[in-house]
Design a protein. Structure first.
Length: 372
C-alpha cells in the first residue's frame, strides 16, 4: 500500500463481526420424497424435488408435516410456516424455490416457535444451458474517504464470502464529505452528482446495482451483507448476461500511458454499448476513516449511465469492439495498483442497465468467461 497524501491519521472504527452460514450437503434422492416416513413428535420438511434446473422457473415445492402426519401447508396453518435457505440466509417468499446459480442449497422450516427436525438440500444445476457468459454485477459505491459509515460498509463488503465477491465489481466513486475535500473525487465529481440525482439519494454511502432503477439501494445498515447478497441474487436472476467481454490492456511505464482494447459478443440480440473505468487499489488517505481504500474510480468513460453514440444493435453471436487510451491520473509508481473494468450497457426495454462487467490488472488481459 502507498501513502499518497502526507502523514496518515488513523480514525478509530468499529466493525461488527459478520458470519456466513453454510449449508450442509444432503443426500440427493433423485426424485420425490413425499412418501418418506415422518418422525413422530416433530415437524418434518419435505420437497417434491431435490434437483432443479438453474433456469429460474423450474421449482421445488415444500410441505411441512405435523407430528400427526398432517400436511400443514394444505391448511390455514400455512400462514405460520416460514422456509429458511440456510445456505444464503434468506427466507423464501412462499413455499417454492427456484434458482439461477448452480450449487447445493439447504433448507429448514419454522412453524410458529418450532423448527423442523430435519433439513432438505436442493441441487440447482445446468446454468450453462440457459446463460452462456458468467454474470458479474456492476455496483457503483457512492462514498467518501471521510465518511465513517462508508468505511464500515466497505469493511463489510471486503468480508463478503468469496462466492459472492466474485459476482460483483465495485466502482468506488468518491466525493467530499462535510466540508472535507476528498482528493480522489477530482475526476469524478460530476459522475457522483449525476448518479445521486438519477437515483434520488443525497447521502453516503449508497450502493447502486447495474443502473437498475428497481434495485434496492443499500446504504447505512447494521447488516449490509444479507442485503447485498439478496440484491446480487436478484440481479443475476432477473437480468442474465446477454453479453460476454474480453479485455486486452497495454501500459507504457516510459510515457505512463495505457490502451484498453475490448470485445463484446452478444449471446442474445439487443442494443449494446461498451465503456471502461480505471480502478485504483490499496491506497491510504491522511485523516480518512478507513485504514485502506480499494476500487477507487480514477477515470470512467462518459457512458457510465447512458449509451454513447457508439452503441450498436447486435444479433446473437455478433461482436463489437471498443478502444480507450490515455494517461494514468497518478505517476508510474502506482501502475501496479491499477485495474481496468470494462462494462457492457444494454437497452432493457427503454431503460439502460449494465449487462455485464469484466476486470483485469492494468497491462494484462482476460478472455471471455463462460458458465461451466
Amino acid at each position: 500500500m502507498k501513502r499518497i497524501f502526507g502523514n496518515i491519521m488513523f480514525a478509530a472504527a468499529a466493525f461488527a463481526a459478520l458470519t456466513a452460514c453454510e449449508g450442509n450437503a444432503g443426500e440427493d434422492t433423485g426424485g420425490s420424497i413425499f412418501d418418506e416416513e415422518y418422525a413422530t413428535g416433530v415437524y418434518t420438511l419435505v420437497a417434491d424435488k431435490t434437483t432443479i434446473e438453474a433456469n429460474g422457473s423450474d421449482a421445488a415445492t415444500f410441505k411441512l408435516y405435523s407430528p400427526e402426519g398432517e400436511d400443514l401447508t394444505a391448511t390455514a396453518q400455512r400462514n405460520y410456516i416460514t422456509i429458511e435457505n440456510k445456505t444464503t440466509g434468506e427466507t423464501l417468499d412462499g413455499l417454492t424455490f427456484t434458482g439461477t446459480l448452480d450449487g447445493d442449497y439447504t433448507f429448514f422450516a419454522y412453524f410458529k416457535n418450532s423448527r423442523s427436525n430435519n433439513e432438505v438440500t436442493i441441487t440447482v444445476q445446468n446454468r450453462a444451458k440457459y446463460e452462456r457468459y458468467y454474470k458479474k454485477v456492476a455496483v457503483y459505491d457512492l462514498t467518501s474517504a471521510y465518511c465513517g459509515p462508508c468505511a464500515t460498509l466497505a469493511a463489510a463488503l471486503e468480508a463478503m464470502d468469496e462466492e459472492w465477491a466474485d459476482r460483483m465489481v465495485l466502482f468506488a466513486i468518491h466525493g467530499s464529505f462535510q466540508g472535507q475535500h476528498d482528493l480522489w473525487s477530482q475526476n469524478t465529481n460530476n459522475v457522483l452528482a449525476a448518479l445521486m440525482t438519477e437515483f434520488g439519494t443525497g447521502a453516503y454511502p449508497c450502493l447502486v446495482f447495474n443502473l437498475d432503477p428497481d434495485a434496492t439501494q443499500i446504504g447505512t445498515t447494521s447488516a449490509p451483507l444479507p442485503a447485498v447478497v439478496a440484491e446480487l441474487q436478484k440481479q443475476i436472476s432477473s437480468y442474465p448476461a446477454y453479453s460476454g467481454i474480453k479485455i486486452d490492456t497495454e501500459y507504457s511505464e516510459e510515457t505512463n500511458t495505457y490502451t484498453v482494447n475490448a470485445e463484446l459478443t452478444a449471446s442474445s440480440a439487443g442494443e449494446f454499448d461498451l465503456g471502461c473505468a480505471l480502478l485504483l487499489d490499496g491506497q491510504v488517505m491522511g485523516g480518512g476513516m478507513a485504514d485502506h481504500y480499494n476500487d477507487i474510480v480514477r477515470n470512467i468513460s462518459g457512458n457510465y449511465m447512458r449509451m454513447s453514440d457508439n452503441k450498436k444493435t447486435l444479433a446473437a453471436d455478433e461482436k463489437m469492439t471498443y478502444t480507450a487510451e490515455g494517461t494514468l491520473p497518478d505517476d508510474a509508481s502506482y501502475a501496479g495498483d491499477y485495474r481496468v473494468a470494462v462494462f457492457s450497457l444494454r437497452n432493457n426495454g427503454g431503460s439502460v442497465i449494465i449487462d455485464n462487467v469484466a476486470v483485469c490488472p492494468l497491462g494484462e488481459d482476460v478472455d471471455y468467461r463462460l458458465n461451466e
